[in-house]
Design a protein around this ligand. Sequence first.
Ligand code: SF4
Ligand code: SF4
Length: 343
Amino acid sequence: MGQAEFLREKALELGFADMGIVRLEALRGLSERLAERSRKVPFRDDAYGNFGHFVAPRERRPWAQALIVVAIYLGRYRIPPRADGYIGKLYLTDFYGYPPSPDYQRIAAYGEFLAKEGIRAESDPFRGLTALRYAAQAAGLGLIRQNNFFYGAKGSFYRLEAWAIDRELELRGSGGATARPCPANCLKCVQNCPSRSLSEPFTMNMGTCVSYLSSVGPILALSSRLLKDMGGWLYGCDACQDRCPFNKGQWEGVEEFPLLEEVAAKALPGSLLEMSYAEIQKTLSPKFSYIVPELIFRWKLNALNVIDNLALTQYLPQTRMARADSHPLVREKAAAVARRLAK
Ligand code: SF4
Ligand code: SF4
């Protein structure tokens, strides 16, 4: 068994769904993909600028020769029914910065294993080493579909992780070999996008994507139309993935994700409005880190938006209570929503 195969065997033994190794030279096409996307959907320069380092992974790591890419199948976790369609499933089962997750531990264990093997290896979960979906496709783990998501053997609900390594290795993953492209006439993901952010295949406007708007996007830039488009989504959005035929029947939901039931219950609109910001910080922030502490009031704004969009009159008492919130934007929104609910 060669070294690449040995590294793959260890990855599968740890529970990763797939693993491949791609030489950095094989990622050259990414630059053109990013430029094309920027041409099609001009967005704030700084947003695309944030991804500038993706096309030159050697700039920060001149010693790097290849990337090990692993796919983690999140569809094995059970999703609390009240959270489905309310919080994005990838966010519910996410492991970034969340040590209780078995996937967090898996990644740490694999990093330690690489170090023990004497391989110089670095991951960069927060900035990203490169565009991981593109790297996973190049490494033969699966393919990027028209909704821009990476698909492995069991649909799109995977998280990807990568390590830059100092070895000139190469190995194809197993997910790409049998992957069929999107059917020629399918546009279900585009048609199901609530904000028309996914305006055509392989083109998505980050500035109007509900996932972005509900987590890291600028709050004050939200127009009333965008707030409506967010519908019943509190944090994240699965609409373009849920509608895809390649995801049909794929979510297994057989394993408990640590503390997910309790955390999801705290994120329901009524609980969110009742909790203090300190409690939100303690219970939700460790799991859902895209809402940063300085913008913690965003949780209440998002909850009020869901209540408003779905006319959830059962939350009128909590909405009225939020009119006395410590944050002016929450007070203002709560007053407007309470008036509409009371009509
Ligand atoms: S995540 Fe939601 S808003 Fe964003 S592109 Fe997909 S369907 Fe549209
Ligand atoms: S919904 Fe259709 S077009 Fe969109 S990703 Fe799935 S198969 Fe492809």
